[in-house]
Design a binder for this molecule. Structure first.
Ligand SMILES: O=C(O)c1cc(=O)[nH]c(=O)n1[C@@H]1O[C@H](COP(=O)(O)O)[C@@H](O)[C@H]1O
Length: 272
């Protein structure tokens, strides 16, 4: 999916919501555990009730890998079930020496046909470029993450006196372009989103951290939105675990709709 198609979908749905499919067998409703593939059954029902509100789905690969071959099977079935016009993100946080990155890219872009993958930047250009060689696929590079530990490295001063995340943005934006690269910027760092936006005005940001991690959607939009929206805001637990009862999918829809309605207002306010 290209950037124009993504923005078309955002306008059509008045939404920039990404639903995180962080599907955990210990958290899904118990009645699903007797089905032959509880993870897929859960995802299927979540997708059924949220597909008209979400522009992206982001399965976090850890939740599937942890289940072994069965988990990979649930992941593939989930990916196949997501409607074709919805953007898909493999949240895998990969990156390695060039030939290995090339095979990670093949795994997620060809074998599995995801639109995008999250990648860690710290092994540098040759670890990221192999992902960018795939047409109409996207790298989503970690820039400023939402967790406490982001302070350990991302915010420390580099030799040039700038925080390391700025160095990452300034350098990496030339590895690709706004049509094949996005950046992860955590919603919990509201004040920093404006700084990131200044350095990369055209790129989309994947913004996790609203909902369970407490980030503010209004701040994210105020500081991060650009003329083509430029934002995919993820919520995982806040949507998919809204209820652990039989009505979980309907409850997920209610939470997704609350975010979508706020997003619709924010698009009117800061984008159009
Ligand atoms: O790359 C990510 O998606 C990511 C980056 C980041 O800085 N913080 C972050 O929480 N994430 C992911 O976003 C999701 C957040 O989930 P919730 O906190 O449940 O909404 C998880 O899948 C995290 O792995």
């Amino acid at each position: 999916m290209n950037k124009a198609q993504l923005f078309d979908q955002i306008k059509r749905k008045s939404s920039f919501l990404c639903v995180g499919l962080d599907t955990d067998l210990t958290k899904i409703p118990r009645h699903l555990l007797s089905s032959s593939d509880p993870v897929f059954e859960f995802n299927k029902q979540i997708i059924d009730t949220t597909a008209d509100l979400a522009v992206a789905y982001k399965p976090n690969i850890a939740f599937y890998e942890a289940l072994g071959p069965k988990g990979w099977e649930s992941l593939q079935k989930t990916l196949d079930y997501i409607p074709n016009d919805i953007f898909t993100i493999a949240d895998a946080k990969r990156g390695d020496i060039g030939n290995t990155s090339g095979l990670y890219a093949k795994a997620f872009f060809e074998t599995m046909n995801f639109d995008s993958i999250t990648v860690a930047p710290y092994m540098g250009v040759d670890s990221v470029k192999p992902f960018l060689a795939f047409k109409d696929k996207w790298v989503i590079l970690l820039a400023l993450t939402s967790n406490e530990g982001s302070m350990d490295f991302q915010l420390i001063e580099s030799q040039s006196g700038k925080p390391l995340f700025q160095e990452v943005l300034e350098k990496s934006q030339h590895w690709g372009n706004p049509d094949n690269m996005m950046y992860v910027v955590g919603a919990t760092r509201g004040e920093k989103i404006a700084e990131v936006r200044q350095i990369v005005p055209e790129h989309f940001f994947l913004v996790p951290g609203v909902g369970a991690q407490g980030g503010s959607l209004e701040e994210v939009a105020k500081f991060g939105m650009n003329a083509t929206c430029g934002l995919l805001v993820n919520s995982s637990r806040g949507i998919i675990y809204a209820s652990q009862e039989k009505n979980f999918a309907a409850a997920a829809k209610v939470e997704a709709m609350k975010l979508q309605q706020e997003m619709s207002e924010l698009l009117d306010k800061y984008c159009y």
